[in-house]
Ligand binder design. Structure first.
Ligand code: NDP
Length: 299
């Protein structure tokens, strides 16, 4: 089996390099990869993407690349749309032409964040931001292309590698006596490791059973706010490393309005993962498990 991975150096892409490796021959590309290197990995080069898929004829294409700068997308919607909508649409057409399964990631930001109930896959969408809107357009173009596909909508992704929310909180806690963190957005921090491992399981099953294609919500179990997440990070870090020099004695709760941003974010980012768990026979671990593990790795 041949697997083509795009966006190999992102949070999720990096973990996919590990989790997809046992599935077969893995061709991993990033935005700098060219046809001369064995495949074009630049989502802005639609012709290059088409030619790459036609030449490699992969059994599975996993697209972990995207325009993920949520606030920046507000001022460059055409750039975000090219990466989050046009490119996945072309990948889906190219996948269809060679009979490949396309795996793609989307977001809780396709929803408007109203209410308190976890969103099901069939819930009505209503993105509040350019990022959410372009990711939704990407989902629709994939569905319209007619390829077999898996779309995983996830939330609040973190990884040990690179910058992340936990690292920012740990740094601020060393610099300040008091942190103020938003406490009215609800969701589940989800590790790139979990996303990658579930992706590999789902690919294996879907290749045996086309009926399992479709859109799934994939997030760690439980829920918190950014404030609860920050407090958990600091408590866990202090327990793991008692000599950690943190000054912050308080993580004060503030509303979203305290930190104005270019993009509006949903207050309710809870995702209902029942369909994923039942279809693939998987259990989603509590969000704390993965965050604790990530902290143990980085501290
Ligand atoms: P990252 O931002 O970590 O990775 C995105 C990758 O896309 C980067 O490696 C980036 O490369 C690459 N990229 C950007 N522009 C291009 C381009 N023109 N051609 C090729 N590659 C490009 O994102 P995540 O790993 O966190 O996200 C993975 C998926 O999950 C995305 O689809 C995202 O929308 C979705 N998601 C993410 C969430 C999050 O909280 N991060 C939440 C919900 C969904 P470079 O590093 O060179 O810029």
């Amino acid at each position: 089996m041949k697997v083509l991975l795009l966006g190999k150096n992102g949070q999720v892409g990096w973990e996919l390099q590990r989790s997809l490796a046992p599935l077969g021959e893995l061709v991993s590309l990033d935005r700098h990869s060219t046809l001369a290197d064995g495949g074009c990995g630049d989502l802005n080069d639609l012709g290059g993407l088409r030619e790459t898929v036609a030449r490699l004829r992969p059994d599975v294409i996993v697209n972990a690349a995207a325009h993920t700068a949520v606030d920046k997308a507000e001022s460059e919607p055409a750039v975000a749309r090219a990466l989050n909508a046009a490119a996945p649409g072309v990948l889906a057409e190219a996948a269809h032409a060679v009979g490949a399964l396309l795996v793609h990631y989307s977001t809780d930001y396709v929803f408007d964040g109203s209410g308190t109930a976890p969103w099901s896959e069939d819930a009505i969408t209503g993105p509040l931001s350019v990022y959410g809107q372009t990711k939704l357009e990407g989902e629709r173009l994939i569905a319209a292309a007619g390829s077999r596909h898996l779309i995983f909508r996830t939330s609040w992704v973190y990884a040990a590698r690179g910058g992340n929310f936990a690292k920012t909180m740990l740094r601020l806690a060393q610099e300040r006596d008091r942190l103020t963190v938003i406490d009215d957005q609800f969701g589940a921090p989800t590790g790139a490791e979990l996303l990658a491992d579930v992706t590999a399981h789902a690919i294996r099953q879907t290749l045996r059973n086309d009926a399992d294609c479709g859109t799934y919500h994939l997030a760690a179990a439980g829920e918190t706010t950014w404030n609860g997440y920050a407090r958990f990070v600091l408590e866990t870090a202090r327990a793991l490393k008692p000599d950690l020099a943190t000054k912050a004695q308080e993580v004060a709760p503030v509303p979203t309005s305290a930190f104005p941003t270019a993009a509006r974010r949903p207050l309710n980012s809870r995702l209902d993962t029942k369909r994923l768990r039942h279809t693939f026979g998987l259990t989603m671990p509590d969000w704390q498990r993965g965050v604790q593990r990530m902290l143990a790795e980085i501290l």
